[in-house]
Write a protein that binds this ligand. Structure first.
Ligand SMILES: Cc1cc2nc3c(=O)[nH]c(=O)nc-3n(C[C@H](O)[C@H](O)[C@H](O)COP(=O)(O)O)c2cc1C
Length: 178
C-alpha cells in the first residue's frame, strides 16, 4: 500500500491506541547499520519550543539505547492491530540476540529525513531527529511514579524527536478505525 505524507497530528488517535496494551514500535539503527525495532508503551506527540515533537522513553538496559544515542534519530511506527505478535516479540526480545526485522518478516522502509528506517508493514511512521535528551531523576520525580516504574532502577532517558516527516497508508482509516 502506498504511503502518503500527512500532518504529524493526523493519526495521533491511532498512535495512542497502539501504545496500550500492545505497543508501538521504535526503530533505530545499530553500529552495523542494521535496523532494530523495540516496542514502546510510552510516547507523547505535541509542541515544544514551537516545534512538532515526539518524545520516547528508553531505559539504558535496552539495546536500542546505544543505537539511538549514536545515530541521533529514530522512527516511531504504528503497527496494525493484527500485528500484535510483532509487538510482543519486539517487546520481549533484544536486538543483541535477534535480528527482529528478519524474525518478524518486517521490511525496512528508507526514511527521507533520517537514517533510521520505518517499517513498511506499519500504518503510520514519524521520522524524528533527536534535538534534546533528558534523564529521568528520582530527586525530581513524584514518589508514586518512582515506586511504580523504577523499583529496579534503570531510569529512562527521554528523547525529544523533532518530527521531520510523517507518512501513513492511504487506506489507514479503513484498516485502523479508532
Ligand atoms: C507493551 C510494551 C511496552 C514497552 N515500552 C517500553 C518503553 O516505552 N521504553 C522502554 O525502554 N522499554 C519498553 N518496553 C520493553 C522493551 O520493548 C524490551 O525490553 C525490548 O526487548 C528491548 O529491545 P532492545 O533490547 O532490542 O532495545 C516495552 C515492552 C512492552 C511489551
Amino acid at each position: 500500500m502506498a504511503k502518503m505524507e500527512v500532518d504529524y497530528t493526523k493519526y495521533f488517535a491511532q498512535l495512542h491506541e497502539s501504545l496500550s496494551p500492545s505497543g508501538a514500535l521504535l526503530v533505530s539503527l545499530d553500529e552495523n547499520n542494521r535496523p532494530n525495532a523495540m516496542t514502546i508503551g510510552w510516547a507523547t506527540l505535541g509542541v515544544v519550543w514551537s516545534q512538532p515533537i515526539c518524545t520516547v522513553l528508553v531505559r539504558p538496559s535496552r539495546y536500542t539505547y546505544g543505537c539511538i544515542n549514536a545515530t541521533g534519530d529514530f522512527t516511531v511506527c504504528v503497527p496494525y492491530p493484527e500485528m500484535r505478535d510483532v509487538a510482543d516479540f519486539c517487546g520481549t526480545r533484544s536486538g543483541r540476540d535477534y535480528d527482529k526485522f528478519a524474525e518478524c518478516d518486517l521490511t525496512a522502509l528508507a526514511s527521507e529525513t533520517v537514517q533510521s528506517p520505518g517499517i513498511e508493514e506499519c500504518g503510520v511512521i514519524w521520522e524524528c531527529r533527536t534535538i534534546y535528551t533528558s534523564d529521568v531523576k528520582a530527586e525530581t520525580l513524584a514518589a508514586e511514579i518512582d515506586n511504580s516504574a523504577y523499583a529496579g532502577g534503570d531510569y529512562h532517558r527521554v528523547y525529544y524527536g523533532l518530527v521531520q516527516r510523517c507518512i501513513a497508508d492511504e487506506d489507514l482509516e479503513e484498516r485502523f478505525a479508532v
